[in-house]
Design a protein around this ligand. Structure first.
Ligand code: CTP
Length: 215
């Protein structure tokens, strides 16, 4: 049993931004509210919180340590640097899966631009770091719009997570850019909790309590 004051929790939040040129980027509608609510709830537990966040318009919870990043590559390097020291990793960020193959340093004029953008995959941060986990509890998120639990279960296994938090982003009031959420959190040992619909703050508190009790 770990003492609350010695638990270090690493949380990622918000979108990443993959620039095409200085005026355009690929991203997601994520606002970071769920990740920041988790950080607030973790601070309230007395945990030390490292919060790695993509571009968001939110103030970090008092007592957490904010590491602002922009791209998936930057988020990966920051998570990689903090992972060994953490006891819990919660990957709530909506990491962009693709980035332009080439970033233009100057704004591309529309009459010179190609209509298609050549993209390449970004690194899967969660999968890459969870391979080397030792004592860490690793929690992934799964944003799904169909067969939610089936796809979330595949991510739980594929990304070597201890828990997965699944949400159905096709429902209104759930997931991206809302103040509320409704999730299912489960592990591969058969524990499963359905949380919400409720505010992201309440759902976050319940998630943190489940994680605390699973130590
Ligand atoms: N994730 C990550 N690095 C990526 C993409 C996703 O670390 N390049 C993490 C997310 O933070 C989340 C989990 O992986 O915790 C699942 O993300 P999700 O977007 O639901 O799924 P993907 O793995 O991107 O797969 P798909 O988009 O095909 O559903």
């Amino acid at each position: 049993m770990l003492n609350a004051s010695t638990i270090r929790c690493l949380i990622t939040a918000g979108p990443t931004r993959e620039y095409i040129d200085p005026a355009r980027y690929i991203s997601s509608p994520s606002t970071g509210k769920m990740g920041f609510a988790l950080a607030q709830a973790a601070v309230e537990q007395g945990w030390t919180v490292d919060l790695v966040a993509g571009p968001v318009a939110l103030v970090e919870p008092e007592g957490s340590i904010l590491y602002p990043v922009t791209s998936a590559e930057e988020m990966y390097h920051q998570v990689d640097a903090l992972f060994d020291a953490c006891d819990i990793l919660i990957m709530a960020a909506a990491v962009s899966d693709f980035r332009p193959h080439k970033i233009h340093p100057k704004k591309v004029k529309k009459d010179k631009a190609s209509i298609s953008i050549n993209c390449e995959p970004t690194i899967d941060i969660l999968k890459t770091v969870s391979i080397r986990k030792e004592h860490q509890l690793v929690i992934g998120f799964a944003a799904e719009s169909e067969d939610v639990e089936m796809y979330a279960h595949s991510k739980l296994i594929d990304k070597k997570c201890d828990w997965i938090v699944a949400n159905d982003i096709s429902k209104s009031g759930v997931g991206f850019a809302t103040d509320t959420n409704e999730v299912v959190i489960f592990n591969s040992c058969g524990s499963k909790y359905e949380l919400g619909p409720d505010t992201k703050q309440s759902v976050a508190k319940e998630i943190i309590k489940i994680l605390k009790d699973s130590f």
